[in-house]
Design a protein around this ligand. Structure first.
Ligand SMILES: *[C@@H]1O[C@H](CO)[C@@H](O)[C@H](O)[C@H]1NC(C)=O
Ligand SMILES: *[C@@H]1O[C@H](CO)[C@@H](O)[C@H](O)[C@H]1NC(C)=O
Length: 253
């Protein structure tokens, strides 16, 4: 919970325009240590989003396999949360991307559950300052300190939806968004987290009750002493598990 909680979320768009002149310059022929003949195209590079601030965002676009007709598949924009989580280091490398990093730290292997099997996936490092995205003006960074995790995907979606209103053939043929493990508000986040722990038998009945009593309606940023104690007890009860993937061992090799 709180500061230590990293958030994965993403949203879904359909169709993106295909004719950019720089496309070939951004094409990745091969990553170091990657398997040969993967059968899909990938691109990456920087997009300057604010010339004056010198702000540029880094992207990595991974298309569906050529054999699966990427041109007729949807585009998924993936944004990790935080703010501060890198979409490349986390979303692409550990969650839904095509490559996994071997323990040697030098070679990659294919993730059979990669989302680009079904869609073109665009990983974007955002905001500036996260991962490979940067800004050349330090004052630019202060505008992004807000804790907005479960908020920027719905808000971006709403913006696209509003701008599309009344447009015959919008450039972004927006289909919907998905949010995973989002920070929405303290009340619902606490209830959801405790219910998840309890219904997955990670904590006992009595711990669940203690959490509900001690933390209900409270602030997750500044929890009460009772709430902190209940959280600590629940943490100990869960043991050494990966809270983001409870069915995996914590030492995956
Ligand atoms: C940021 O500054 C570097 C060094 O001067 C420059 O090469 C780069 O193009 C600048 N980035 C942007 C987005 O203006
Ligand atoms: C915990 O609560 C559930 C549902 O209320 C109940 O079925 C179960 O028997 C309880 N377990 C213990 C150990 O009290």
């Amino acid at each position: 919970m709180g500061e230590s909680r990293s958030i994965g979320f993403f949203f879904l768009l359909l169709i993106f325009s295909t004719c950019f002149g720089d496309q070939t310059l951004d094409k990745i022929t091969e990553l170091p240590g990657q398997p040969k003949n993967v059968g899909f195209n990938q691109y990456s590079g920087y997009v300057t989003v604010n010339q004056q601030a010198g702000r540029a965002l880094f992207y990595w676009l991974i298309e569906s396999p050529v054999s699966r007709k990427p041109e007729s598949r949807p585009l998924v924009l993936w944004l990790n949360g935080g703010p501060g989580c890198s979409s490349i280091a986390y979303g692409a490398a550990e969650e839904i991307g095509p490559f996994r990093i071997r323990p040697d730290g030098k070679t990659l292997y294919l993730n059979r559950y990669a989302w680009n099997n079904l869609a073109n996936v665009l990983f974007l490092e955002s905001p500036a300052g996260v991962g490979f995205s940067y800004t050349n003006t330090t004052s630019d960074l202060y505008t992004t300190g807000d804790k907005r995790t479960g908020h920027y995907v719905p808000q971006l979606s709403q913006l696209v939806y509003e701008r599309n209103k009344g447009v015959q053939n919008p450039v972004i043929n927006f289909k919907g968004f998905l949010v995973g493990n989002a920070i929405i508000d303290d009340y619902h986040d606490f209830i959801g987290t405790f219910e998840y722990w309890w219904t997955h038998v990670l904590i006992s009945n009595s711990s669940y009750r203690s959490l509900r009593v001690a933390c209900d309606l409270g602030s997750s940023t500044h929890p009460s002493l009772q709430c902190m104690n209940a959280l600590r007890a629940a943490q100990i009860e869960q043991g050494n598990i990966n809270p983001y993937s409870i069915f995996h061992s914590t030492l995956q090799r």
